[in-house]
Design a protein around this ligand. Sequence first.
Ligand code: PMP
Length: 378
Amino acid sequence: MIYLDNAATTKPCREAVAGSAYAMTRVFGNPSSLHGLGIAAEQLLNYSRDKIAASLGVLSREIIFTSGATEANNLAIFGLSEAYGRRKKRVVTTSVEHPSVAEPFKKLAAAGFEVVTVSPRSDGVLDEDDLVEAVNADTCLVSAMYINNETGAILPIEGAFARIKKLYPECILHTDCVQAYMKLPFKAKSLSADAISVSAHKIHGPKGVGALWVKKGVRLSPQILGGGQQSGLRSGTEAVPMIYSFGKTVDAMNATLGPRYAHAEKINLYLREKLSQIPGLSINSPDDASPFILSVSVPGIKSETVLHFLEQKQIYVSSGSACSRGKKSAVLEAFGLPAEKIDSTVRISTSAETSEDDVDRLAEALRLACETLVKIKR
Ligand code: PMP
């Protein structure tokens, strides 16, 4: 099997599996219980909180565990706009966000917020100036992703957020870092962010757990009410096995971040070189995109057809993004891709396990797809 769908999800690492099994078999107490078993469970939560906080360069008590990045994004957008949007009604986002950001903004618009959506220019690049200029003194919240999940494009949030903070220190800045976390070396401070969403299953951890970091002093209105766990910011008994597994994953991935990035760069160069030799195939990802994601189009053949052709050869990729599930991607449209390319987009996303041999086999299969499938169509 050649697994090239790591932007959709990753294979859990050894540490992740061992961590969840340990918590489930050995430390099954409720972390809110006052007896020893409860305290032991709470210690596992603290372990993970410390690991994630250290990886982002923030304080442990600023980390809120969630069921994943979808919930983290919802919590950030609704929780921050509720806390800060009483007088300031303008919120800013981009047209290339994941649905877990785009959909909450639609709801904010329906609730009376002025939602300003910044789009890439005609060259497909989202400009730093455009993001900064969308913000004014009435803006309470900006949410812009760091790395796009469909093309790997790196958004200019580092520069834009720093400039916005200088101009409007009270404006709250949130970023969805799902495709950047444990892939690119960054810290909360280097992004000038106030809130960051991350997910475990994109970094070889378990599915169903993520985290939202919110800077000390920033107000957040809780969206899940109940027993008051996590300082009242996210009620519900914490998913101890998943959270501990997440912490163990972060510990393992942090230790290999540099070499994994170097490997991804090498594989990405090789992929680009190999795939650009296939007549008709075009590369959609910008040259300076994240090396972990490569979006390509196979003109004349529908994405799903290519996907299943590759699947027969046990090569697993995504059509556009796994989340869009057959729907035409509004994100690729926003990046300026013509309709025929959007219909035939395939997303290849690699991991540390991807080898040059895997790339050779993918390239061979894609070449065959171009030759035979186009012929069938004719
Ligand atoms: N944001 C981005 C950029 C993503 O790629 C994903 C996963 N498709 C999410 C958010 C949602 O994460 P989760 O699956 O943890 O809810």
